[in-house]
Design a protein around this ligand. Sequence first.
Ligand SMILES: Nc1ncnc2c1ncn2[C@@H]1O[C@H](COP(=O)(O)OP(=O)(O)O)[C@@H](O)[C@H]1O
Ligand SMILES: N[C@@H](CCOP(=O)(O)O)C(=O)O
Length: 311
Amino acid sequence: MRSVKAFAPATVANVSCGFDILGFAIDAMGDEVEVRLKDEPGLVVVSIKGDQGRLPYEVEKNTCAVAIQAMLDELGQDVGMEIYLKKGLPLGSGMGSSAASAVAALVAANRLLGEPFEKKALLPFAMAAEKVACGAGHADNVAPSLLGGFVLIRDYHPLDVIKLHVPEGLHCTLLHPHFELKTSDSRSVLRDNVSLKHSTIQSGNVAGLIAGLFQEDFELIGRSLRDVIAEPYRATLIPGFYETKEALKSAGALGMGISGSGPTMFALSKGEEKSPAIIQAAEQVYEAIGLGVDAYHSAVNTRGAYVIEEK
Ligand SMILES: Nc1ncnc2c1ncn2[C@@H]1O[C@H](COP(=O)(O)OP(=O)(O)O)[C@@H](O)[C@H]1O
Ligand SMILES: N[C@@H](CCOP(=O)(O)O)C(=O)O
């Protein structure tokens, strides 16, 4: 039986100012998916490890199967495949867990089929899986997980995805307080309308962040991590958010924000030297609140998803 195993990295979506349009991949962790061809048509999720028994096996619900099914539908083929998922990412954390599964599954299945799609062309299938996971087919986790680096979704209709420059030495620290926040729930607190004033502030910061990346201007990157659209509503769902923001700035972070829809927070720094102080500052805040916090730090992953093994 032929099989391919692929890895897809965790991601930080939004990057504060770029709600649904910006994201980057990190090296620290990700999901692994093995896909095996089988004789009979149809998809089956055979095993899921690392999820404490919480993820669905139904092919209409698991993002691995939803993504592969969307790809097979586009090809008009009814190929039989078995799916084996190893979760490396905590669920409902804001690190693109549902996206990493979908992307790893697609990269593996695409290779099994002889790569009928180039990498970027897999995106709509991964977005279909995100729609099932959280009700919105946003691409700011799946695009960086697939392609690596910093990615801009300039438009969704039609999809226009642009890889951005990643300055050497840009480092990310992730702080994950011990509770879950479903993306669907933290999308439901957002408002449908944005004022002209806020639209001006937000677009200035998106432009500033992108200019900062290309100019390798770390200070500009840091001061562009400002979000007046989602953060004010979502911060209320994350105890200690504003205290953490203050503490991380004092610890030397260039800037920080909510990773994806939270509760994980990300901080950017120049080099990894500041990471231990950033982690310590967050731990102090959460110790006072009485919540545990897991910390990870990583360079920006520029490779994206890849095949680990084929047999
Ligand atoms: N393979 C998968 N990995 C993670 N979540 C999945 C997967 N398949 C389906 N889901 C569903 O997606 C939802 C989690 O997605 P989401 O809230 O966006 O979390 P995250 O930010 O961690 O991706 C849950 O309802 C979960 O059951
Ligand atoms: N743009 C989305 C990103 C969700 O990221 P996740 O890692 O929390 O799934 C949003 O802000 O809702």
